[in-house]
Design a protein around this ligand. Structure first.
Ligand SMILES: C[S@@+](CC[C@H](N)C(=O)[O-])C[C@H]1O[C@@H](n2cnc3c(N)ncnc32)[C@H](O)[C@@H]1O
Length: 509
């Protein structure tokens, strides 16, 4: 294997070239089994620049726990040498499991040492050829590091793998090795130490990463997240088909706004737009701690939307009538003992249309099925599914409790929002339905979930305007309003720009 390095050359580019050359000589299957995908220097630089910002100590200890050919270490040192507070001493700790990369890594470190010396900075390094997750450093969890920068391997691990046992605090269900790296490194940072990881985006949601998220958020303040929109443009040298994200954090620091950005790949990093959002808008307070990112190209949920369903005393539920279980009670025609049953087809944007003479739209009320029927009262009813071609993600209708009967049936493909132990006013119902049908909410759901389903769990996290604002919207919006009219009313009450104005703004920006 040929390793090139000259002290004059750009260290990160050289380390990357060495890494690519090394991995080309390794069989593809082995490369995959070790998760060997080197970070392109442009991305490494983008990661390091923010990560070293403000690290002002005289001695800085850096950990790269899955070092590969040392691209990230080289870039972090370059960034420190180029920063306003260059340290006097840098201690570099590199872990790499693959023996074939160790020789090259030492070359990189030697060259970095010379480079630092030329700037009057002492560099000491340790290259540990071992499994980081089983190392004493990872197991002992002593907070001794000022910066951890990593592109860890990613692949699933068996539950009995010793690395899973060693880091069981971060495991829930099927573990992925990158989640273990993310979690194991949090506890190694000194207070104020910096954390920077590039990983697949999947850790931000889904139950399998819930323990990782809890651990990370207990140790770190999230500073910034950058998402790559393309599945492969960020690692164009290797065929990595994962949506990636870079996460920056600071150990045990006070919460502040999180900078969210995105780019297609490495080439458009410099033009990526950034928005700063309160953590409460992005991180769910529930134990799952799901992180939902709005798309920076589109508006974030406005900072005026500081309320939620729970704080308004409202509950989001799924329709309890499952057709095949309730089959014995469903009727095409009205009967003496029947009440209306609402299906997806009855719910239009801003209107309930019943009967439509198409579905079994009546349900008999008997002692056996009384539990699946709801009090007939005002509520907002939404479709759980919208066709892909629908321009808006949410179809919601105000229901004023005006169909016949003291109870009503709501089929399982619908969600409904009601106020248990109280009643929603007509204005609240109309206002909330209009808000849910608005373009802003549609964009929010497009940004936070890749599918067209609007689950009750997703809905519960939606930031809402105040009740007064919802009532104002309800007072202004007309029945059967077209989408543009809804947007106008919502924008007027919440003082938001309309989509057309935003498009103009972005042209002028
Ligand atoms: C995704 S690559 C990243 C390499 C380098 N940090 C970079 O950014 O270019 C992950 C590296 O971790 C190494 N690795 C895999 N499992 C490891 C483990 N358990 N401990 C330490 N290194 C590991 C792989 O051999 C590979 O070089």
């Amino acid at each position: 294997m040929l390793f090139e390095f000259s002290t004059n050359a750009d260290s990160a580019n050289q380390a990357y070239a060495n890494g690519i050359a090394a991995t080309r000589s390794i069989p593809k299957a082995e490369q995959k089994a070790l998760g060997q995908y080197m970070t392109p220097p442009a991305i490494a630089e983008f990661m390091a620049r923010r990560a070293v910002q403000g690290l002002g100590a005289a001695t800085i200890r850096i950990l790269e726990p899955a070092a590969g050919s040392g691209v990230l270490a080289a870039t972090a040192i370059d960034a420190l040498l180029g920063s306003a507070d260059t340290p006097r001493r840098i201690e570099l700790l590199l872990h790499e499991i693959d023996e074939r990369l160790i020789h090259g890594l030492r070359h990189v470190c030697e060259a970095l040492k010379l480079k630092c010396a030329a700037r009057g900075v002492d560099l000491d390094y340790v290259v540990a050829n071992e499994d980081f997750l089983l190392s004493a450093t990872a197991r002992e969890q002593q907070p001794l590091v000022d910066l951890v920068i990593s592109n860890p391997p990613y692949f699933k691990l068996g539950k009995l793998d010793p690395r899973v046992t060693a880091h069981s605090y971060s495991v829930w269900g099927q573990p992925n090795i990158y989640g273990l790296f993310m979690a194991a490194c949090c506890g190694l940072l000194r207070a104020g130490g910096r954390y920077c990881f590039i990983t697949p985006r999947s850790w931000m949601s889904g139950p399998y990463f819930s323990a990782v998220r809890r651990h990370l958020l207990a140790h770190l303040r999230l500073d910034a997240i950058h998402v790559f929109d393309s599945r492969c443009a960020h690692f164009s040298g290797d065929e990595v088909l994962q949506e990636a994200a870079i996460t920056w954090g600071t150990a045990r620091a006070q919460e502040g706004p999180i900078a969210i950005s995105s780019s297609y790949g490495a080439k458009d990093l410099d033009t990526a737009l950034v928005q700063h959002l309160a953590p409460s808008l992005l991180v769910s307070p529930l134990s799952e701690r799901v992180i939902r990112l709005p798309s920076p190209a589109k508006p974030a949920p406005s900072s005026k939307l500081t309320h939620g369903f729970a704080s308004h005393g409202l509950k989001v539920s799924t329709g309890p009538v499952v057709a095949f279980r309730a089959a014995a009670f469903l009727r095409h025609e009205e009967a003496i003992d029947s009440v209306p049953l609402l299906w997806l087809q009855h719910v239009k944007a801003m209107a309930i249309e019943w009967p439509i003479k198409k579905k079994r739209e009546h349900i008999s009320v008997r002692a056996q099925n009384a539990w699946m029927l709801l009090k007939n009262e005002p509520m907002v009813i939404l479709r759980r599914f919208s066709p892909k071609e629908d321009a808006r993600r949410v179809t919601a209708a105000p229901y004023f409790g005006d169909l016949p009967g003291s109870v009503i049936g709501i089929e399982n493909h619908l969600n409904y929002i009601s106020r248990p132990g109280g009643a929603m006013s007509a204005k609240e119902v109309a206002g909330l339905a209009a808000f849910l049908n608005s373009q802003s909410v549609s964009e929010y759901f497009q940004a936070v979930s890749g599918h067209t389903q609007v689950n009750a769990s997703d809905l519960r996290l939606l930031p809402l305007p105040s009740l007064t604002e919802l009532e104002q919207i309800g007072a202004l919006v007309k029945p059967h309003s077209p989408p543009e009219a809804i947007d106008e009313v919502v924008a007027q009450v919440l003082d938001l720009p309309l989509a057309s104005e935003r498009a103009l703004d972005s042209l002028h920006a």
